[in-house]
Design a binder for this molecule. Structure first.
Ligand code: PMP
Length: 409
């Protein structure tokens, strides 16, 4: 009976391609390069324990429902926090969300009707694609290169699009993208904002990795480039999260946007969850107040850089000529393109057999997948596991090639 009653979009919905890999994770000895999980060793459990204890001393606030827009203490702390990356805003410009995933979901509910055109940098974070598909958006891929979103190609697409097929939104991760780890250069940031103003679309800047840099170069968010001269409208809506720097279990993310957008997103949030857990918000506020945040992030940068170097070094050493990759400038991921002679499905099966997991690249394309690609995360496994995982991957390449040869015979 139920099957006849589902809405068309949920009649045969595709689940998250990454979450579908979970059953393989429980295999004994499996080394996973698959999830976007931060390293558990980097969680500041002691700092969070103290922050939780302090948050609970005011039980009337932390255990009660809170305002949909977020707890004032956290909104203030977040406005101060983003000032450190060059974003000038006040607490009133910040909407606290249940992870940044919710922030994007709210924006899609507020802006996108079935058939509306949305541009997405491609390859892209799969949950973004999933959200847009469920909303019935007409997704168009904007290609990226080793520097991120290709603004020259974007300009050509916009120029060619009839007025009625122009995008409402463009989604990108300009700073240490998921899945490519690229950093969009300043000139492209400026060009993107210029194009958004010229063609009247909103740029959604998703920035959960912006602080996880592997160099000393400043990483000013795209949002800052949108601020423009006094009075000019900033076409960028900024999303970020504590998931990758503090802990995903807090489920604390946020959006910075003009009041007319925030008000509508807050109304959409009322029907989603009333408010983000006040207890978690106050833990986050206490954690900022404790002054431990900076040391935690510095530690994560150094450790992720070490792991990234181990992974990239091992891939270049063990699979020369068989994989192409761009050394990530920050974040948690390496994007790998491999030899077209290797069948992607055989490679995936050989990897599972060898005890190493990755996310097949097709999950990151809304329309036209390049199956000879994969995303590897270096964040969660330690260096020894990374080296062992790459050597299993190398054996899996040999096994998959052997299968290919057998089929050809
Ligand atoms: N955006 C990107 C690009 C991500 O990689 C992730 C998590 N993998 C999210 C958003 C969602 O993060 P959260 O909801 O935990 O803040």
């Amino acid at each position: 009976m139920f099957n006849e009653l589902f809405t068309p979009r949920f009649a045969q919905p595709a689940g998250s391609p990454i979450r579908e890999l979970f059953p393989y994770l429980s295999r004994p000895g499996m080394i996973s390069f698959a999830g976007g999980y931060p390293s558990p060793e980097l969680f500041d459990a002691e700092g969070l324990r103290e922050a939780s204890a302090r948050a609970l001393t005011d039980g009337a606030a932390s255990l009660q429902y809170g305002p949909t827009e977020g707890m004032p203490r956290l909104r203030n702390a977040l406005a101060e926090h983003v000032a450190g990356r060059g974003i000038r805003c006040t607490a009133a410009d910040v909407l606290v969300t249940t992870g940044s995933q919710q922030a994007f979901d709210l924006l899609v509910r507020v802006f996108v009707q079935p058939g509306d055109v949305v541009y997405v940098e491609t390859p892209a974070y799969p949950a973004t694609i999933q959200t847009l598909r469920l909303a019935g958006a007409a997704i168009q891929e904007v290609p990226v290169d080793e520097d991120g979103l290709d603004t020259t190609r974007l300009a050509v697409m916009l120029e060619a699009a009839p007025r009625t097929r122009r995008p409402k939104l463009l989604y990108c991760v300009p700073t240490f993208s998921n899945p490519c780890g690229t950093l969009l250069p300043t000139a492209r940031r400026q060009r993107l904002v210029e194009l958004a103003r010229q063609y009247g679309f909103v740029v959604v800047e998703d920035d959960p990795y912006g602080e996880l840099t592997f160099s000393d170069d400043a990483t000013e968010p795209l949002y800052c480039h949108g601020a423009g001269p006094a009075g000019a409208c900033n076409p960028v809506i900024y999303l970020s999260s504590l998931s990758k720097t503090v802990a995903p279990a807090l489920r604390v993310g946020w959006m910075i946007a003009p009041p007319e957008v925030l008000r509508r997103c807050a109304i959409a949030k009322q029907t989603a969850d009333l408010c983000t857990s006040p207890l978690n918000q106050l833990i986050a506020a206490e954690y900022f107040a404790s002054g431990r945040y900076l040391a935690t992030v510095r530690h994560a940068r150094a450790e992720y850089r070490r792991r990234m170097e181990a992974m990239v070094g091992a891939l270049e050493r063990d699979l020369p000529g068989r994989v192409r990759l761009v050394r990530p400038k920050g974040g948690m991921f390496v994007w790998v393109a491999h030899d077209a002679g290797v069948d992607p499905q055989s490679l995936f099966c050989a990897c599972v057999e060898a005890g190493v997991l990755f996310v097949p690249g097709r999950a990151f394309y809304p329309c036209n997948p390049d199956p000879h690609t994969m995303r590897l995360s270096f964040a969660a496994p330690g260096v020894d596991d990374i080296l062992e995982g790459v050597s299993r991957l190398t054996r899996a390449f040999d096994a998959a090639l052997a299968v290919g040869v057998e089929h050809a015979l």
